[in-house]
Design a protein around this ligand. Structure first.
Ligand code: HEC
Ligand code: HEC
Length: 254
């Protein structure tokens, strides 16, 4: 009986330790801070064209009209999509059928600026403005709950929807967040200003900044690992308590 209890406690310790290590490694460094979009100039566009022919044209075509089965047309995709996909490392894709996921960007910031200028020169939405400092936290949480939490969870820690892994939003900069909202990457829907206006966008960006480092007011955060693992720990603790109670009751029996 005592051994069983010890085993249960050990399992609990291993579990908590593992969870803590995991949640620690999950929080990475943010990408480059948002800034004003560079003014596209001829030299920048020409440099971008060279990079594009080298790294993107095989799938998107040298005329940006796309290639069947390999990549969509980028005419009208705009600077916003280019900046989002490149600054989050989603492009260049290794395999056209992969879901683009966030990774280390393949290009330096000046190279990204050049590619963005080149793709943007074929039309489409520019990089959206966003200012979390002008946002309101409470309204941001309400808007996030309404529009985003269904997929990203209210704590912005991601999840799964049919056909796609929904990323956690800890690493997204305000600019990348605004771009994602406006362009709707992969299976994510896009939201125009009619659904999410500029003020709400600022509110949501403010909320996401907060959700990266929430205050610990009450509750039992366990490194903010999310409701499901936290719930599992609660069950484990309950099991240990139950085992203890059972032992006490058992000893009283004749
Ligand atoms: C292996 C093929 C492949 C390569 C190489 C590739 N892409 Fe893509 N790209 C795709 C596919 C497939 C999609 C569609 C993915 C999606 O819907 O999210 C895509 C989507 C995009 C989009 C979003 C389009 C939109 O309408 O929102 C942009 C922007 C983009 N790519 C830019 C680039 C750039 C710039 C490069 C070069 C650095 C590049 N891609 C290299 C296959 C590729
Ligand atoms: C239907 C489900 C769904 C909804 C609703 C949704 N998203 Fe997404 N979101 C996704 C998916 C799937 C991806 C991954 C796309 C990819 O990998 O290209 C994503 C990607 C993102 C990213 C990129 C994260 C990164 O680190 O690169 C951001 C930022 C984002 N979403 C913000 C939002 C915000 C803000 C809202 C609410 C206004 C929202 N999303 C609503 C499914 C959703």
């Amino acid at each position: 009986m005592r051994a069983a209890l010890r085993r249960a406690l050990l399992a609990l310790a291993v579990c908590c330790g593992g969870m803590a290590a995991w949640s620690g490694s999950a929080g990475g460094q943010g990408a480059a801070p948002p800034g004003p979009a560079p003014v596209p100039d001829g030299r920048l566009v020409a440099f971008g064209r060279t990079l594009f022919l080298d790294g993107c044209a095989t799938c998107h075509g040298s005329d940006l009209r796309g290639r069947p089965g390999l990549g969509p047309s980028l005419r009208g995709a705009g600077a916003a999509a280019a900046d989002f996909y490149l600054s989050t490392g989603r492009m260049p894709l290794a395999n056209p059928t992969d879901e683009p996921v966030r990774t280390q960007p393949a290009y330096s910031r000046p190279q990204i600026d050049a590619l963005v200028a080149f793709v943007g020169s074929f039309g489409g939405p520019g990089i959206p403005a966003v200012d979390p400092a002008r946002g309101n936290l409470a309204r941001g949480m309400a808007a996030f709950t309404e529009h985003c939490a269904g997929c990203h969870q209210v704590v912005a820690r991601g999840g799964i929807v049919t056909g796609a892994a929904v990323p956690a939003l800890q690493e997204a900069t305000p600019r990348q967040l605004a771009e994602a909202v406006r362009i709707g990457p992969y299976l994510m829907p896009n939201f125009g200003p009619g659904e999410i206006d500029q003020q709400q966008l600022d509110d949501i960006a403010r909320y996401n900044g907060y959700a990266k480092h929430p205050d610990n007011r009450g509750g039992w955060a366990i490194g903010n690992i999310g409701p499901i693992p936290e719930g599992m720990i609660a069950w484990l603790l309950a099991a240990v308590v139950l085992a203890g109670v059972a032992r006490v009751i058992g000893e009283r029996a004749p």
